[in-house]
Design a protein around this ligand. Sequence first.
Ligand code: ATP
Ligand code: MG
Length: 280
Amino acid sequence: MADDRVALRLRGVTKIYSLADSEVIALDTVDFEAQAGQVVVIMGPSGAGKTTFLTIAGTLMKPTSGTIEVAGIETTKLKEKELASIRRENVGFIFQSFNLLESLTALENVRVVAAGGITAPASDTNRARELLNMFGLDHRLHSLPRQLSGGEKQRVAIARSLMNNPEIILADEPTGNLDYKRGQEVMELLLQISVELRKAVVIVSHDHRVREVAHRSLWLQDGSFRDTIVTANDPVCGQLVEVDSASAVTWENKDYYFCAGECRQLFKANQQKYAKRESK
Ligand SMILES: Nc1ncnc2c1ncn2[C@@H]1O[C@H](COP(=O)(O)OP(=O)(O)OP(=O)(O)O)[C@@H](O)[C@H]1O
Ligand SMILES: [Mg+2]
């Protein structure tokens, strides 16, 4: 069945960054599959290896060992030129910072990733326009990024990721720069893309709300996927934390778990406020 197609497969992927006097094992023998028509969310604390994972999955960086299959093609032995065309045809990227070109309009930003680039044929312009229309940006086609809101920029970035009709969409913290409502809209858009356009959508994030739209969610920590992790939301910042390793405070017979930041202190200073918010 077409829907069971594995669009992206990583096997035994390890990534070690070498520093002057030490090494960082950012990914440790990771296996992963993503199928067409599914949203997979990878969550985990800062430094867990999420961006490293996505960069390697999108063939922008080679792993230290292991293999990456994109649309059935094993990529680790390919040359940069071959990789570039595999990426262009099969992978759409959505970055946290949008990565739009400031001197190009919304329409040009979407069109530019097509094989013809900025001197694209009319068919590319039409496709770029259709994608922007689909995301409610028909009145912003000729706006520059600085004339767009954060949510609008993110929708241009999503339209751009679809320009070449890739099988796989990779998104790094797609809601990171957006407020709650815009973040929710972007997540729903990604869900719609995966289901209606039959794309494999892989999202990495430490925003727990992204799980709401996921068909599958995985927890990455210290470079490996953990499947038996118990998580809770930090009542102050809302971040998802691993219960086993988070610092905890008990208040009125209930345990609360905190991220590595100042949230524990803030909670202690105003327990009633945060405990009430959490139980909503
Ligand atoms: N270019 C690099 N050189 C050396 N170490 C790196 C490099 N990039 C990342 N690291 C280290 O690898 C680990 C994983 O980093 P990565 O950026 O993948 O984490 P992340 O889960 O995306 O974190 P965040 O949620 O903060 O974005 C971290 O310990 C980080 O310090
Ligand atoms: Mg990151």
